[in-house]
Write a protein that binds this ligand. Structure first.
Ligand SMILES: Cc1cc2nc3c(=O)[nH]c(=O)nc-3n(C[C@H](O)[C@H](O)[C@H](O)COP(=O)(O)OP(=O)(O)OC[C@H]3O[C@@H](n4cnc5c(N)ncnc54)[C@H](O)[C@@H]3O)c2cc1C
Length: 291
């Protein structure tokens, strides 16, 4: 699972709309950084054990960009889950929709791999909630796959001050941390092959590149024949309860987001003496910095 996110390093005044949703047009869109590591982990498993890597994202039509990026890097298939009715989803509605989409697209999956956290919502809830809704076990904070044997996967997961090795039967879901690997760059050959991969929602913009096609329908047929049509999944394709998707299915309310800059405060220099150290400790305790 990969997500296109606004580049939160560049938060500016109008980054949120009045209804608490993200103002995507105000920020450049990027591939969620940890999802690149999740994709790399999935691709490296395919290198070691064979299999198929299917990438899916839920987002607006422009989110197809992260799918193309995934195809350039080695993904076999990509799907865009998009519909106005999915808009404004919080983690509950997002994970419900993603779980439904996974069951529809890859009913016999072995492994769902996602990033630990998205840099916009920043909750790290979507992975674990998706596992819950799929009714499968999960391992979070995965840094390495030791082996995959007899239908079980053995992983190293990072925890505070250490690591745990966990074995889990498949199908299962894992969330992957940034230290897991170095994502491979896009491959030049694949970039040339997939640079025109598109969803039906992008055909209008693509027509000028293909003057030999008069209309969207003929371009669509051509892309389909070449394996370049990225399928889209809408509400109508998933058997969802409509009150559980989009803004309607989202009990979370965002009040405000801000870019917080931590500025240095006053500077106080203590001498190197027992009395000065005592005074320093006293001040730290008084300011609730240590207890
Ligand atoms: C009222 C409200 C309105 C909101 N409106 C919007 C909105 O309009 N647009 C918007 O982008 N966000 C919106 N959000 C934010 C939304 O809650 C989260 O962006 C989204 O649910 C994912 O949560 P997260 O970013 O914390 O993901 P995390 O839980 O931090 O993500 C963990 C991992 O889950 C996977 N993942 C997460 N989301 C997706 C996805 N969409 N597709 C595929 N994989 C995914 C990725 O692998 C990711 O690394 C809204 C939130 C609220 C409360």
């Amino acid at each position: 699972m990969v997500k296109q996110v606004p580049d939160t390093k560049r938060i500016i005044g109008n980054a949120m709309k009045e209804d608490g949703t993200v103002n995507r047009s105000a920020l450049p869109a990027i591939f969620n950084p940890e999802d690149l590591h999740a994709l790399e982990l999935a691709l490296s498993l395919k290198d070691r054990y064979e299999g198929t890597v299917t990438v899916l994202t839920m987002g607006p039509p422009s989110a197809a960009e992260v799918l193309r990026e995934s195809l350039y890097r080695g993904a076999d298939k990509a799907f865009l889950i998009t519909d106005r009715k999915f808009a404004g989803a919080d983690t509950l509605a997002t994970s419900y929709t993603l779980a439904k989409a996974i069951r529809k697209i890859e009913p016999d999956f072995d492994l769902v791999v996602c990033g630990r956290q998205a840099i916009d919502g920043d909750t790290a809830q979507v992975g674990p909630q998706t596992a819950e809704k799929l009714g499968i076990p999960q391992i979070s904070y995965v840094e390495n796959i030791d082996k995959l044997e007899d239908g079980k996967i053995t992983t190293k997961r990072v925890i505070k001050n250490g690591a745990e090795w966990v074995r889990c039967p498949m199908p299962m879901l894992m969330t992957v941390v940034e230290s897991a690997n170095e994502p491979r760059p896009p491959r030049a050959k694949r970039l040339m092959k997939y640079k025109n991969a598109a969803t039906v929602l992008e055909l209008d913009n693509l027509l000028h590149k293909f003057p030999e096609f008069q209309d969207q329908e003929s371009l669509k047929n051509y892309l389909q024949k070449k394996g370049l049509l990225i399928p889209i999944i809408t509400v109508a394709d998933l058997k969802v309860e409509e009150e559980r998707i989009g803004l309607k299915g989202s009990p979370t309310r965002v009040k405000k987001i801000d870019s917080v800059v931590l500025a240095g405060g006053e500077l106080k220099i203590f001498e190197s003496s027992d009395e000065a150290v005592q005074e320093l400790i006293h001040e730290l305790v008084e300011d609730y910095i240590v207890s």
